[in-house]
Ligand binder design. Sequence first.
Ligand SMILES: Nc1ncnc2c1ncn2[C@@H]1O[C@H](COP(=O)(O)OP(=O)(O)OP(=O)(O)O)[C@@H](O)[C@H]1O
Ligand SMILES: [Mg+2]
Length: 286
Amino acid sequence: MSKVNEKSKQESVSLRDKQYKIVVDNIRKVYDVRSQNGQDNEEFLAVDNFNLKVKKGEFITVVGPSGCGKSTFLDILAGLSKPTSGNVYIDGKPITGPALDRGIIMQGYALFPWRTVEKNIEFGLEIKNIPKEKRREISKKFINLVGLKGFENRYPHELSGGMKQRVAIARALAYDPEVLLMDEPFAAVDAQTRESLQEELLNIWEKTNKTIIFITHSIEEAVFLADRVVVMTANPGRIKEIINIKLSRPRINSQIRTSQEFNSTRNRIWELLHGNDDKKQVEVSV
Ligand SMILES: Nc1ncnc2c1ncn2[C@@H]1O[C@H](COP(=O)(O)OP(=O)(O)OP(=O)(O)O)[C@@H](O)[C@H]1O
Ligand SMILES: [Mg+2]
């Protein structure tokens, strides 16, 4: 084996380090797209040079401008899409496709309209061949956890947006994945429901010790929830900075949002997203 190969093998062994739940190793995603004239194909670099190590039980949020590659990144973690180069490891093993070790919660709820609340939540358990009685017991537990007791037999169209979102969370939690991948899950609900869903999610996370990757357009939501916020830039999508959130837990909206630390962190991320820090660098370097 050549020296170069040996070195890269050693590096990849350290990237499989079991102390991390997720290791994202230098991911790059190129899409083939139609060119402006509509005749030719060209390459579009959506995500580049993306590296991240996530510890078990960590809560990571990702913010960035529209089109910067957040969903592309999450789809790769979910195993729904493959990176053009680079690798993602979960518990030291490379991701090869979707699996029940990861629960996915998308923006559009994606509930089965022909299934009741209870039956939606039992879906992953059916795939796992869990017997009916046990399924009922587990779905009951998660219905209670997300505050939907009494709504077991409703169909999705009979629920509010916030309730549908709770079902989607309960469905993902029910089959007990260690990782939850959430792509703007609360974007479609009103501000008040959103704040209560954020607190509920933190409660569930504290009780279940899941590792969460949560994408959002809201800087405030990102700061409120996270241990660390990944700030991305567009064209191509790269990590600009990873911010440690020093707010204490448990976090209650009414207390956290008025704190100095919350506001200064939010402003810092706003500046990163609006490129104000770049301007400062340009001014300094001129
Ligand atoms: N299947 C695809 N084929 C070609 N280009 C794609 C494909 N999926 C995404 N893209 C492009 O890749 C870039 C990143 O898309 P992505 O959906 O990951 O962005 P995003 O950060 O999730 O945006 P938003 O905040 O609007 O949801 C965009 O420019 C998009 O047009
Ligand atoms: Mg997206």
